[in-house]
Write a protein that binds this ligand. Structure first.
Ligand code: C2E
Ligand code: CA
Ligand code: CA
Length: 767
């Protein structure tokens, strides 16, 4: 509202000088006209023919340059037009001075050079306008405008023929050509202006009307001048001179108004883009007009120029029609092959493209990947289709970003995507699948919420598993289904009997454990009240021999599937506690949290194992925090309770990880021995832009505190969230804002430079 008012005030403020300048110019012209009408003798009148006449050209020149300055020299169209008016003023000045000195100025004098230059400059200005304005429009529009220009030219030449004729009169002397050149140049400008004005997409501003009228006035005056001058009858000081002055003033009005149009440029371009398919009106009108001109030509003689222009119009008018037809066909074709939501090729494109790729590259192996999002339906149902659509778009973008230009990616429909990878065998396509899943596993910011979605990928290979797309898709689908049900994430179709570790996965998993390829990174947990580092969370990484450091989402499920979770947990526990010893020796008091999966929690040997591990290292079990996830508690809760209770009695703290992410009941909070809730990062990350998420965070803090539990917020990525959490009474914070998970060495360096930032809860929130 205020913005609007301010905008309007600004527009009015900037329009005012324009109107004032216009008023002064008009007054000068009227004054001049009156002077010319009233003066008696044919002698050169110093005031009227000298001072006022020059004022009538230099005043617009000044106004035009003011417009140039207003646009800070950034608008070449205005600059060029102002130069054009200046050139006109210079020519007039030469003319007036010479005449004042009593000399006759013949055709072809220096004045003519400047007059002609002014046409060139104004034409250049129009070209700038065209380039600027037409950059955003399609080719057919440019053609339409050209046709409009030529058609208008043809008509103007015919209409003005009676006036032009006497000027030529069949004699082609230099003088005649020069004298006739002026009205013809006026017509050229006029036609160009009409071409611009009739271009679809924007309503022409008032400035253009001024320019058209101004050019018409010039045309009229130049025709009369040509007739008089060729007869040797032209004298300075007739009302004809006022006509040029008026024309100049009108052209200047256009220049000034163009300057103001800059503000509307954005809107204009949008309008143009919205209407890139041009209307038929302009070429149709131009065609009719040109036909009329030619038909007229059969009845009575018309000028050669009119015939040329009319014929050109007709020839070109046909061109945009052909052109447009082609463009349309291509557009329709593209539309039918494109998925509207993501802009990716659609199912139809898939079935027409991939078979061709298979035939063309028949000698090369290739892979078909079928990718399906896990739990997409839940997102769609619980958060709405808008959010679901946004998610699909981002998924499409991420997939696109991961693939090579030669790969083919299509959306099959729903949350299914198909990828065809040329030249990819088993290991290559598996690497791609892992890369894609890792890229998709990152959280999605969907405006109101942040969600995390995983994908399952099934793969089938050409020619090993099929020669045609249908077969390959069917097998990829089966592999995808298997990957989904086993939660392995991705897998390749295997013919029966070949089922065993085709990718040596089991082997590579074993080698990870045996060859000490698992490493642990540490991420600090900050006590919000004191700002001090309370402890760390140990997060496993796989330092893979060929793929580098892999994040847990890329391999944990595989370990789980292979029944190797318990050994993994042992490795992580061992490494985490080893690091604890180092810190203890350094005199640092830090707890270390380890993630333990469901399988290990119901393993009744876990407490003994942990007791042994801590005793051996001379550590108190209270340095350890065990993180469990709520969905895992839903299984064998009795066993879990027994194991957890024993751990807790030893002094190990128990934290519930990813709290709020699952769909479990809250009953276990009462039944199980728990010390801490770790609120899932999706809520924390959305806090700053989602009021509901923020409210959930605050009420969960209340819930935790009322149950006597501590609350940790994960996914703290900014100081704003860090402070908001502290003020809400949250106990601990963990997130990229403080530090990413890093190797122990890096963590130690971080710790030495860390400055605590304590936050006191605001009284109303301290629960
Ligand atoms: P988690 O237990 O919820 O661990 C926190 C995850 O959030 C880590 O991902 C960490 O890098 C990430 N994270 C921390 N702060 C931020 C933040 O500010 N913003 C964002 N976007 N993310 C943040 P990571 O290390 O990839 O681990 C993923 C999951 O893998 C863990 O989630 C955990 O469930 C599992 N995991 C990791 N290590 C182990 C392990 O040793 N054993 C078991 N069983 N699971 C593990
Ligand atoms: Ca965790
Ligand atoms: Ca978590």
């Amino acid at each position: 509202m205020n913005e609007n008012k301010r905008d309007r005030a600004r527009t009015i403020a900037s329009t005012q000088p324009g109107s004032v300048a216009g008023l002064i110019m008009v007054s000068a012209v009227i004054f001049y006209a009156a002077g010319l009408a009233l003066r008696g003798s044919a002698e050169f009148d110093f005031w009227v023919d000298g001072v006022i006449a020059l004022l009538c050209v230099w005043l617009p020149t000044g106004v035009a340059w003011m417009a140039v300055l207003r646009t800070r020299l950034r608008r070449y169209d205005i600059l060029s037009a102002a130069a054009g008016v200046t050139s006109l003023a210079i020519a007039d000045t030469y003319y007036v001075v010479k005449t004042g000195e009593g000399q006759d100025v013949p055709l072809g004098s220096p004045a003519d050079i400047f007059y002609l230059l002014s046409y060139v400059l104004i034409l250049a200005s129009l070209i700038f306008v065209v380039v600027w304005r037409f950059r955003a429009v399609a080719w057919p529009v440019v053609l339409d405008s050209t046709v409009g220009t030529l058609g208008a030219g043809a008509v103007l030449v015919v209409v003005l023929d009676p006036f032009l004729k006497p000027a030529f009169d069949g004699v082609f002397t230099f003088d005649a050509a020069l004298a006739a050149a002026y009205p013809l140049l006026d017509l050229l400008l006029l036609a160009a202006v009409i071409g611009i004005v009739v271009t679809p997409g924007r309503p022409p501003g008032g400035g253009w009307l001024a320019l058209i009228v101004g050019l018409l006035v010039f045309t009229g005056a130049d025709i009369v001048y040509a007739m008089l001058e060729l007869e040797g009858l032209y004298v300075v000081g007739t009302p004809l001179d006022a006509a040029w002055a008026a024309g100049t003033a009108l052209i200047t009005v256009w220049i000034v108004m163009q300057g103001f149009e800059e503000q509307f440029r954005r809107g204009t371009e949008k309008g143009l883009l919205a209407r890139t398919v041009p209307t038929q009106t302009v070429p149709a009108l131009a065609t009719v007009a040109s036909l009329t001109v030619l038909v007229l030509g059969t009845q009575r003689p018309i000028s050669f120029l009119a015939v040329v222009l009319a014929s050109l119009t007709l020839a070109l008018a046909a061109l945009p029609l052909v052109f447009r037809h082609r463009v349309r066909i291509a557009a329709v074709h593209l539309q039918a092959m494109t998925d509207e939501l993501t802009g990716l090729p659609n199912r139809r494109a898939l079935y027409s493209t991939v078979p061709v790729r298979l035939v063309v590259d028949a000698q090369r192996i290739s892979a078909v990947l079928l990718l399906d999002l896990d739990k997409f339906k839940e997102v769609n149902d619980s958060l709405g289709h808008d959010v679901g659509d946004r998610l699909l778009k981002q998924v499409a973008d991420r997939l696109r970003a991961q693939l090579r230009a030669e790969d083919f990616l299509a959306r099959m429909g729903g949350d299914e995507f198909v990828i065809h990878l040329n030249g990819c065998g088993d290991s290559e396509s598996e690497a791609v699948a892992m890369k894609l899943r890792a890229a998709l596993a990152e959280p999605y910011d969907l405006g109101s919420v942040t969600v995390q979605v995983n994908a399952s990928i099934g793969m089938a290979h050409y020619p090993a598993q099929g020669n045609d797309l249908t077969t390959l898709l069917r097998k990829a689908d089966m592999a995808m289904y298997k990957a989904k049900t086993t939660r392995s994430g991705h897998g390749t179709y295997c013919d029966e009997g070949l089922q065993a570790t085709k990718y040596h996965t089991l082997e590579s998993l074993n080698s990870a454990l045996l060859n000490d390829q698992l490493v642990v990174h540490f991420q600090p947990q900050i006590d919000l009240r004191s700002g001090k580092v309370r402890g760390v969370e140990a997060l496993v990484r796989w330092d893979h021999p060929t793929e580098g450091i892999l994040a847990p989402p890329l391999f944990l499920k595989r370990f789980d599937e292979a029944g190797l979770m318990s050994p993994l947990t042992s490795v992580v526990l061992g490494k985490a506690l080893d690091q604890s010893v180092v810190w203890k020796e350094q005199g640092r008091v830090l707890t270390v949290a380890v993630n333990v999966c469901s399988g290990s929690i119901i393993d009744s040997s876990l407490p003994d194992q942990i007791a042994a591990m801590t005793t051996v290292r001379g550590l108190d079990p209270s340095v350890l925090v065990i993180e469990i996830t709520e969905d895992l508690l839903m299984g064998d809760r009795d066993r879990a309770r027994t194991v957890l209770t024993r751990l807790r009695t030893m002094g190990v703290r128990i934290a519930v990880d990813d709290f709020g992410k699952g769909y479990s009941s809250l009953a276990y909070l009462r039944e199980l021995p728990i010390d801490e809730l770790k609120l899932d990062k999706s809520f924390v990350m959305s806090m700053s832009h989602d009021a509901k998420a923020a409210a959930l965070v605050v009420s969960t803090i209340g819930l935790a505190h009322s149950l006597g539990l501590e609350m940790t917020a994960e996914g703290v990525e900014s100081s704003t969230i860090y402070e908001a959490l502290g003020e809400s009474g949250c106990d601990l914070a963990q997130g990229f804002y403080m530090s990413r998970p890093v190797p122990a060495k890096e963590f130690d360096t971080w710790l030495t430079t860390y400055t605590p930032l304590p936050i006191e809860p605001t009284p109303s929130q301290a629960i």
